[in-house]
Ligand binder design. Structure first.
Ligand code: BGC
Length: 500
């Protein structure tokens, strides 16, 4: 008798499978898709504070900053065109999601990653060689299209490849490469901004070619996921691949479940309209709320504008860039904590602890800035210890994000959708993430100018809202095979009324 999936206590199935070197290497390569996203997040903030870059492309911003010594510090960097440079990319990513969803479903996760890498590469080259604002903008759009494709496919790819017991850890490889990308970009900005002749920004922007090539080449050598092969009718190939990935022969149960999931998905003619069906209400809710909440933690205020923010609270421009490197290191280190703990402690615990820690540190940052800057934004001389205390609390905040909402904001959506709506629902997730990233990137400097230190209270409020949501409405998904996820909703106190 062939070995079959063992049914464990609460009705969950256990598929045999090991953490084989093959699956580990495959997931590491695929996770590198996060590098391009991270590199861009880390590079844009620093580049927009480089004087030579401002003088060349945004002369009015440069002049305003030079002449503007009198007005409130809160408003020093408030400029729509400068923020548009950062945030335009997210609009492009948003637009490419729909196409990326189609490609991911019809042609596999691999092709989607490849397209992402190639588009990003083209954008990086155009930016590095830019001589006019239009080249910058077209470049940013291409980068955005690229990110739309990789953020659609990489998290799904990882969740489908991973043996379910290690799904959390392997999926967080994506977030880990985002944080590596951010850190490398921060360090490069620090050095490139010192290049005499002021062309360092070209290296910063053009440097994006490197992570782009990594994922482009990576996607060419990666296999497609068995789930995606089954979805496209390649049953035998999928079974063979699954054996190799899991490192065991008895994959029968898992493959049968994949085939069943794929047959169910064939009955679905309109994956988008389908999402609106009552039985997908919990999935749609999570697809919309988790990425929106992830951005409403306010993390990108730190990621995009750390150098600007640190200058605002009294650091010189060098010290400001250096502090951004420190937060980048904390971000990376704390992500590793999440990799270690996510499949042991579960998603909910990390979400709730992270939320609590973010809340405390946001209130502390608001109080510290409020105490010195007041509402008029003129602090006088700031003592050194003061700036250090603010950076410390910002680090505590970043650590909390990095082991909770950062990785889980990508992991949880990618693991809860049934195959028949997976691509469509994932593109809702990516779109929501991009919309909120865009809005926050676009309005942050304006908000800082008007809400002043109260801005941190604004984000703290949302942290309370999202933690409440997690507490009541988000079931634990640790240790549940991806194609068995439905039972999690069926046994939930609230969602069971939608999922029969
Ligand atoms: C978020 C990004 C954020 C990054 C920080 C990601 O999960 O989607 O918006 O900048 O984490 O590490």
């Amino acid at each position: 008798m062939p070995a079959v999936g063992i049914v464990i206590g609460d009705g969950k199935r256990e598929y045999p499978g090991k953490l084989t070197p093959y699956v580990t290497v495959t997931c590491i390569v695929a996770a590198m898709g996060g590098l391009i996203f991270g590199y861009d997040i880390g590079i844009s903030g620093g580049v927009t504070t480089m004087e030579s870059f401002q003088k060349k492309f945004f002369p009015s911003v440069y002049e305003k900053q030079q002449s503007d010594h009198e007005s409130s510090k809160y408003c020093r960097f408030d400029s729509i065109s400068l923020t548009l440079f950062t945030s335009s990319l997210y609009l492009a990513a948003l637009c490419s999601c729909v196409v990326a969803s189609y490609v991911t479903r019809e042609f596999g996760r691999k092709l989607s990653m490849l397209l992402g890498g190639v588009l990003f590469c083209a954008g990086a080259l155009l930016n590095g060689f830019a001589t006019a604002v239009w080249m910058l903008i077209v470049g940013r759009l291409l980068l955005g299209f690229g990110i739309g494709f990789t953020n659609q496919s990489v998290p799904l790819y990882l969740s489908e490849m991973a043996p379910y017991k290690f799904r959390g850890a392997l999926n967080i490889g994506f977030q880990l490469s985002i944080t590596i990308g951010i850190l490398v970009a921060n360090v490069l900005n620090f050095f490139f901004s010192k290049i005499r002749g002021g062309w360092g920004w070209r290296l910063s922007l053009g440097g994006a070619v490197v992570p782009a090539l990594i994922i482009t080449v990576g996607s060419l050598i990666l296999p497609d996921t068995p789930n995606s092969m089954v979805e496209r009718g390649q049953f035998e190939l999928a079974e063979k691949k699954l054996r190799k990935i899991r490192g065991v022969d008895d994959v029968e149960d898992e493959i049968n479940d994949l085939i069943a999931a794929s047959e169910a998905s064939k009955l679905v003619e309109h994956p988008w309209r389908n999402l609106l069906q009552r039985k997908y209400r919990p999935h749609l809710t999570v697809a919309i709320l988790i990425p929106s909440f992830q951005q409403l933690t306010g993390i990108n205020v730190i990621m995009f504008y750390a150098p600007v923010l640190f200058q605002t609270i009294g650091f010189g421009s060098d010290a400001a860039l250096m502090s951004a490197v420190v937060t980048g290191l904390v971000n990376l280190g704390a992500t590793m904590v999440s990799i270690y703990g996510v499949d042991k402690w579960g998603r909910r615990l990390l979400f709730l602890e992270g939320g609590f820690q973010m809340l405390i540190s946001q209130v502390a940052v608001a109080a510290a800035i409020g105490a010195k800057f007041g509402v008029d934004g003129n602090p006088g001389d700031l003592p050194k210890w003061y700036a250090i205390v603010v950076v410390l609390f910002i680090c505590i905040y970043v650590a909390a994000f990095a082991w909770s909402w950062g990785p889980l904001g990508w992991l949880v959506p990618s693991e809860i959708f049934p195959l028949e709506i997976r691509s469509a629902a994932q593109s809702v997730t990516v779109s929501m993430n991009m919309i909120f990233t865009f809005v926050i990137a676009q309005v942050f400097l304006m908000m800082l100018c008007h809400m002043k230190f109260g801005l941190f209270i604004f984000f703290a409020f949302f942290v309370v809202v999202m933690s409440t949501f997690v507490y009541f409405f988000l079931p634990e998904t640790r240790g549940v095979p991806i194609e068995e996820m439905n039972q999690v909703w069926r046994s939930h106190w609230y969602w069971s009324r939608f999922v029969k």
